[in-house]
Design a protein around this ligand. Structure first.
Ligand code: ZN
Length: 420
């Protein structure tokens, strides 16, 4: 508390405290409260004069080193992969294509694949977001064993340059109308880029294979790699737990490169309405893991391959995909392997493991000794890999049962013993 006591020393101390603050204010340097900025999407270290980003343009060259022409060149290379299909989803304000890659195995008989959507470079100055998406595309189109698992069991839709006009205009964050598309999801009239992506999301969500994971790729001046985590208070406890599971999964594959989930937390009350993730939350709730990823927007950025790989492994774990394709040679002529259940005998439930060498319809059923069907344990189209399912004997009397697997390639069965 300040009281005038007549002691001149107090005034001198007070002046010493006040002068530096006044000098700062005159120079127009408002102190950046980094703790506050952590809570705002895409605002990390952003200075309204665009000083940092303009400096980066000077270092990286026009269009931050990767313009629309570079994208078209890259598309002609991607197009040569047998796993890639390229489509234009719509056009930007200045009529540039909003290109989408579809990456999956070219096997038309696979009906039930999981769906992942990734879009990058909403903010043109965040070119690192493109490089991460590019690394993901490189891996997905490679002959790596895990890439095969992903292609067999998922469809990846990737839009590597969502804001091509902004890229061409050297705009740090905006489209050709000067609108920040990241914050334009509730704007009327809607920008054509936003309308295009919203339409595509709605189309896929109404399809038999709706999007389960939607990643929105950015990069931030904090010079860290992290996901923007939405608090349970702005979403739901169930969703927050899933977010933690997803982010922790990715982090575990690049622990010294990607920050753990508590690093960046937002939506501590109700979710705002203008972000893509808000659109996901208000329209599809916990059904879709919709997250912004921020790469490093600074001189030490890099290691895009490690980042892309970690994100893909995290996606695989989140969707509970097997880690590798089973070698067809190991599984005999039927391309099928049914393991003994464990524990066995058992009292409550037991685990049944099996493997299939190629994508096929799998029907796994349990029968009693009279041949009566006790119900389906699995009835779906599955990619090649090893699987593990639980069978619960709680509703059935003690006894010996038969479990039988049928695929497009063959049939196998084994005995199990329920002892209560
Ligand atoms: Zn951004």
């Amino acid at each position: 508390m300040l009281t005038c006591t007549g002691n001149p020393l107090r005034y001198i101390l007070l002046l010493l405290l006040l002068i530096p603050a006044a000098a700062r204010a005159q120079k127009g340097e408002t102190a950046v409260d980094t703790t506050r900025h952590v809570f705002y999407l895409d605002e990390e270290g952003w200075d309204s004069g665009g000083k940092h980003i303009r400096g980066l343009l000077g270092v990286l060259g026009p269009h931050w080193g990767f313009g629309y022409d570079s994208l078209l060149n890259r598309i002609s290379r991607w197009r040569r992969s047998p796993y890639v299909t390229i489509d234009s989803l719509g056009a930007s304000v200045q009529n540039r294509g909003i290109w989408q890659l579809t990456i999956t195995s070219p096997l038309p008989q696979i009906k039930y694949r999981r769906t992942v959507f990734i879009h990058a470079r909403t903010h043109p100055g965040e070119v690192q977001a493109f490089h991460v998406a590019d690394a993901i595309i490189d891996f997905l189109t490679s002959e790596n064993d895990f890439a095969r698992v992903l292609r067999d069991r998922t469809v990846f839709y990737i839009v590597p340059m969502y804001n091509p006009d902004g890229v061409e205009l050297d705009a740090p964050r905006e489209n050709a109308h000067g609108v920040d598309l990241e914050r334009g999801w509730d704007k009327v009239p809607m920008e054509p880029e936003v309308a295009t992506l919203k339409r595509r999301f709605a189309e896929l969500m109404a399809s038999p294979a709706p999007i389960e994971i939607a990643l929105n790729m950015h990069s931030a001046y904090l010079c860290k790699r992290y996901f923007v985590y939405h608090e349970a208070s702005g979403t739901s406890p169930d969703y927050a737990a899933r977010e933690q599971r997803f982010i922790t999964g990715v982090h575990s594959y690049f622990a010294d490169g990607i920050e753990p989930w508590p690093f960046n937390r937002t939506w501590d009350s109700v979710a705002p309405t203008h972000f893509p993730e808000s659109w996901w939350w208000f329209n599809h709730g916990a059904d879709v893991m919709a997250l912004t990823y921020e790469d490093m927007n600074c001189e030490t950025a890099g290691m895009y391959d490690s980042t892309g790989y970690a994100i893909l492994r995290g996606i695989g774990d989140y969707l509970r995909l097997p880690a590798s394709v089973v070698d067809a040679g190991e599984l005999g002529p039927q391309g099928l392997l049914l393991h003994q259940n464990y524990p066995n005998p058992f009292s409550g439930s037991t685990t049944i493991r099996y493997a299939v060498a190629r994508p096929t319809h799998v029907l796994l059923r349990v029968f009693n000794q009279l041949g009566e069907d006790m119900g389906k344990v699995v009835d779906e189209y599955q990619g090649s890999g090893e699987y593990e399912v639980r069978w619960n004997g709680a509703e059935h009397p003690s006894g010996v049962y038969i479990y039988r697997i049928e695929t497009g390639d063959g049939v196998e069965s084994r005995w199990l013993t329920l002892r209560k």
